[in-house]
Ligand binder design. Sequence first.
Ligand code: ADP
Ligand code: 5GP
Length: 186
Amino acid sequence: MIYIFCAPSGSGKSTMVKHLLTRYPNKFELSISCTTRAPRGQEVDGREYYFISPADFEQRIRKGDFIEYEQVYEGLYYGTLRSEIDRIEHEGRAVIFDVDVKGGINLKRILGERATSIFVCPPSIEELSRRLHARGDTSEEMIEKRLAKATIEMEDAKHFDIQLVNNDLESAFANLDKIVEAHMNA
Ligand code: ADP
Ligand code: 5GP
């Protein structure tokens, strides 16, 4: 099984993915994307991303290595490697994709029934603002930009198989468990 997770920044996508990885050990694995941005903080090449040069990225585009790729931020490219699906499925685990909303819609279009696409929604833009402020790692200017982007991204929720509202955390976890357990038992 393949799961595609998308959400406006701060909606709780990482929280949901982390929940799956800990609640079901050895059942899921995150696909590692390529990016041309530099590593941040404790990030390690081959763990969070494959950090590659723009020239390398272009060569991989030409070779057809990517299922999809996107200039997510100005001048910074992110791409999903075809080889990740094979690698993770070979280990007998379900694949998790964590990509931007456009990339998620593209992946679902390409993978069809093989994938379940999940859009993690905040209960409201006001609550999203509260969470981004509470997380304390994003500047006021970036928060304003992300809230404006979130309002637009919410329009795309309807293109996803599942809209998972992350209001009360325990209820959101329970709803997610129900979705994946239905697939595991199918
Ligand atoms: P994303 O990966 O979508 O950017 P995160 O998972 O980092 O979002 O969540 C953003 C912040 O909101 C984090 O500080 C997280 O702990 C908090 N958070 C996530 N879900 C909830 C929730 N249901 N209620 C309150 N706070 C939440
Ligand atoms: P960050 O730089 O914060 O790690 O990620 C920025 C954004 O890029 C996030 O929304 C993340 O989901 C998205 N992203 C990461 N990998 C890919 C990918 O392979 N394709 C696309 N389209 N987006 C990606």
